[in-house]
Design a binder for this molecule. Structure first.
Ligand SMILES: [Zn+2]
Length: 95
């Protein structure tokens, strides 16, 4: 199942995870290369054979949940920081 999320720009992005560095990120479509570690493929041992698979894949439900939680926490921190900045600006304006 591909879960799409709305970005600030109103675009729909899917959530991807890199199997090499476990970086989870949103992207309009599955990229061939990880934006974090830059890897394209990773070798997997299947029985006695080594197969090369792409590093970036669709995130699993658990990874999406985790990603959304972090995203929400970051958004909260950002709004708190913005509120604090606005407050200190107002206090400065008051003298
Ligand atoms: Zn990576």
């Amino acid at each position: 199942m591909i879960e799409l999320i709305n970005t600030k720009d109103g675009e729909l992005h899917m959530i991807c995870t890199c199997d090499n560095c476990h970086y989870t990120f949103e992207c309009p479509k599955l990229p061939t290369r990880c934006p974090d570690c830059g890897k394209e493929t990773r070798s997997h041992k299947v029985g006695s054979r080594i197969v090369s698979l792409t590093c970036v894949r669709e995130a699993t439900e658990a990874e999406i949940d985790c990603y959304k939680r972090i995203r929400r926490e970051l958004a909260e921190e950002e709004s708190q920081a913005a509120a604090a900045a606005a407050l200190s600006k107002n206090l400065k304006a008051l003298g």
